[in-house]
Every structure is written in C-alpha cells, then in structure tokens.
Design a protein around this ligand. Structure first.
Ligand code: NAI
Length: 304
C-alpha cells in the first residue's frame, strides 16, 4: 500500500508556516491539490493578520514542485471568510476531500494574569476556527460521501501545562469536537481524527530547549498527519507525533463502582481508591456505553 492523494483536494489552515506548511507541501508532493490558508499574523495573532503573503509563498513552493495550489487569507475565526474560502476551493477544484485544522496562536499567561480577551481570542482561533472550517466543508463532504478531517490538539490540552489555560482549554475542546463529528460523519464516510504534534516552529522556539528544537522537525510529524487524512485512515483517533516517535492517546474510564442509594461525601471518599483503580480502565465508543455501564452496575448493586 502506498498512500497517495491524486484527485483529492485539501484545505490546510495556517499553512503559511510551521507544521501546516509542511503538511501542505507533502500533500502536494503526493498528488493533492491544495488550498493554502493563512492570514499572515504574528505568533499571538495581534499583528499582521489580513494578508495572504505567507500563504502565497507556500503556493509558489508547491507550483515550483509542479503541484496545484491556491492561496487564501481567511481568518479561521471568521465564519463568513471561511465559508468564502470553501466556495473558492470548490470553484477552483470542484470538491473538498480533506480539511486540516492547523491554524493556531498562543497568548500564554497564568490565569491570574490573563486578560479574558486573550482567553477568548485563543478559543476563537483554535476551537471556533476548527468548528467554522469543519462546518463550512461538512455538507460538501456529506454530499460526496467522502471526507477526511484532522484537528490539531496539544499535550497542553490533553495532559495540562503551566500558563496555558486558554490554549489548553481550546485544544482539549477540539478533541471533543472530533468525538462528536467522528460519530456524526460515519454514515457518509467522513473520518475525523486529531493530531497532537511536537515540532520546532515559531510557536515553540522559545518554549523548548535548543537541543530539543534541533531534534523535532515538522517533517517528522507530517507523515502521521497524512496517514490520518488518507483514504484508509482510522477515525476518532488522537495521534501523538514528534521527533520520529508516535503514540495513541485516548480517554479511558475505570470500572463503575456501585456505592448504594444513600450516600454521603464520606462514602465516596472511603471508596475513592477503588473508584480510581486504573487497572480496571476501558475506553468507551460513545456516551451511551458509559450510561449503559452505569445502569448495569446500579441494577446489579440494587439486586445484591
Ligand atoms: P506556527 O505559528 O508556525 O503556524 C501557525 C500558523 O497559523 C501561522 O502561519 C499563522 O499565521 C496561522 N494562523 C494563526 N491564526 C490564524 C487565523 N486566525 N487564521 C488563519 N491562519 C492563522 O505554529 P505551529 O507550531 O506550526 O502550529 C500549528 C498547529 O500545531 C497549531 O494549532 C498549534 O497549536 C499546534 N501545536 C503545535 C505544537 C508544536 O510543537 N509546534 C505542539 C502542539 C500543538
């Protein structure tokens, strides 16, 4: 099996720099036609942000490789601009098969020092940007009975990190968005996955040690991203990728424990070690599985 993207049309957001640029270049090398989205802003999204210059430079790189690409300067946090981007893609290429939600900004501060406008701006780009772009391509993918969508999360959201409350909240939220859309998209062969990358880019140049930066190139992450948007991709997967290393991440739940009908906080405290016995943990396919497990456990407990 050789993964190719001939005949496929892909939109990559934030593709003017860093990971998005490499995702786009590699997709183009494997035959995809590309929409290179980037609004050309600074790392915190506070300056620049209304030009497609960064996107145009990547389009030129793709054309120099013999590929097909157009530039788009939409701000992913603006639904009208994003809808126009999808119209532009369809007018130029006739369809949209792949969406990589990659655009992102950082405004790191501890919550005590954080301005709520900065909290909202980060959520707007990462969460609302991913939701807007996905909504804008969703009906087209449903009509085609084909779609591959990739969210971009972060270890900060999945596991926690100091000073990134806005970013972590938004990044965990895109994994939640995937959970829903992987289920809603299933009958139209729309597969939705999430990438948790580690790479040296302008976003990480001052948060990673120099030695680590040299070891983590975007080129080592992109093959994972491209697998997740390929024809035979899985769905509802979170893939960790960086430095040539890959992992799978998912939420699991311990075996439910019935503690009786009459409860006090002390009852929960007394059983907390049993409730938190991770050796019993399993993943859930969907919310109904959890509810069913709870009722089954309660029924057994009531009968005992
Ligand atoms: P980067 O700063 O090099 O690239 C991000 C690109 O997104 C920039 O070109 C920027 O202009 C564009 N962008 C930002 N806001 C936009 C908006 N509203 N509309 C359109 N374009 C916009 O950053 P990097 O590292 O390549 O990040 C890519 C994604 O990977 C982000 O979602 C980031 O949060 C995520 N990520 C990166 C990690 C890393 O180690 N580099 C770690 C975990 C997650």
């Amino acid at each position: 099996m050789t993964i190719r993207f001939d005949g496929r049309v892909a939109i990559v957001t934030g593709a003017g720099n860093g990971l998005g640029r490499v995702h786009a270049l590699e997709l183009a090398k494997l035959g995809a036609r590309l929409v290179i989205n980037d609004f050309g802003g600074s790392r915190d999204g506070k300056s620049g942000g209304s030009s497609s210059e960064a996107a145009l430079a990547v389009v030129e790189e793709i054309k120099a490789l013999g590929g097909a690409a157009i530039a788009n300067g939409a701000n992913v946090a603006d639904f009208e601009q994003v809808s126009a981007m999808v119209e532009q893609a369809k007018a130029e290429f006739g369809r949209v098969d792949i969406l990589i939600n990659n655009a992102g900004i950082l405004r790191d501060k501890t919550l005590s020092k954080m301005d709520m406008a900065d909290f909202r701006a980060v959520v707007d780009v990462h969460l609302m940007g991913s939701a807007y772009c996905t909504k804008a391509v969703w009906d087209t993918m449903r009509e085609q009975n084909y779609g591959r969508i990739l969210m971009t999360t972060s270890a900060a959201g999945l596991f926690g990190n100091f000073g990134q409350a806005n970013y972590g909240a938004a990044k965990m939220a895109v994994a939640g968005l995937m959970n829903m859309l992987a289920i809603e998209g299933k009958k139209n062969d729309i597969r939705v996955n999430t990438l948790a990358p580690i790479a040296a880019t302008r976003m990480t140049e001052d948060v990673m040690p120099e030695a680590l930066l040299k070891a983590v190139r975007p080129e080592q992450v992109t093959p994972g991203a491209l697998y997740l948007v390929s024809e035979d991709a899985p769905s509802k997967v979170i893939l960790g990728a960086g430095a040539g290393v890959f992992s799978s991440v998912r939420l699991v739940e311990t075996a439910p424990v019935y503690l009786g009908g009459e409860l006090t906080p002390d009852t929960v405290a007394a059983h907390f070690a049993q409730i938190s016995d991770w050796s019993t943990a399993v993943p859930r396919d969907d919310a109904n599985q959890q509810v069913a497990a709870f009722f089954e456990t309660a029924m057994k407990g009531l009968k005992a």
